[in-house]
Ligand binder design. Sequence first.
Ligand code: IMP
Length: 198
Amino acid sequence: MSEKFVLATHNAGKLAEMKAILSGLGVEVISPAEAGADVEVEETGSTFAENAMLKAKAVCAAAGLPAIADDSGLCVDALNGGPGVYSARYGGEDLDDRGRYMLLLSGMRGQTTRAAHFSCAVACAFPNGDTLTAEGRCDGAIAFAPMGDGGFGYDPVFLVPEKGKTFGQLSAEEKSAISHRGKALAAFAEKLGTYLQK
Ligand code: IMP
């Protein structure tokens, strides 16, 4: 029999990605709605790992099932690591993805230090109080202009030097092979596999 885990997200893409990665472990991933645990969690942590754990614990408590959550964002060296945990809210509620990355580009105008990285933390909370965490990071640079229209968020302005392309110019497969989220999920799947064998 497969074990049920709730993925604390409203994002259908993330749910599908997690289902595919964890199916090999005999783990069934369901949405908060399917678990009757559709709770709103305020992301009040100061790190990606803290926010991921806040979400995982809240959904685990509401569902009475193990819950997995992730939190991610873009950290720009010239902006002292910002927007970081505020990536989704950068520039305020009224901006869409394009508005946010255009604001980032204008804040970086004239800036020669372009180094940046994406970070992703995955957390899992079990009803018995056990927790697991994993992190992934992808280093790159902020482009001088948007390129490509694939992906989401800041993808068109995040340049991967070894590819000579932005995330927005990569296919979904090419991106997840090197992305912060791909790395964090792979590390998490390995930890979960070890945990489930115990
Ligand atoms: P969350 O982890 O889904 O809350 O995402 C936080 C925010 O970080 C997103 O809304 C995006 O703005 C940004 N972000 C996280 N991962 C990516 C990515 O892979 N590409 C582009 N933007 C991302």
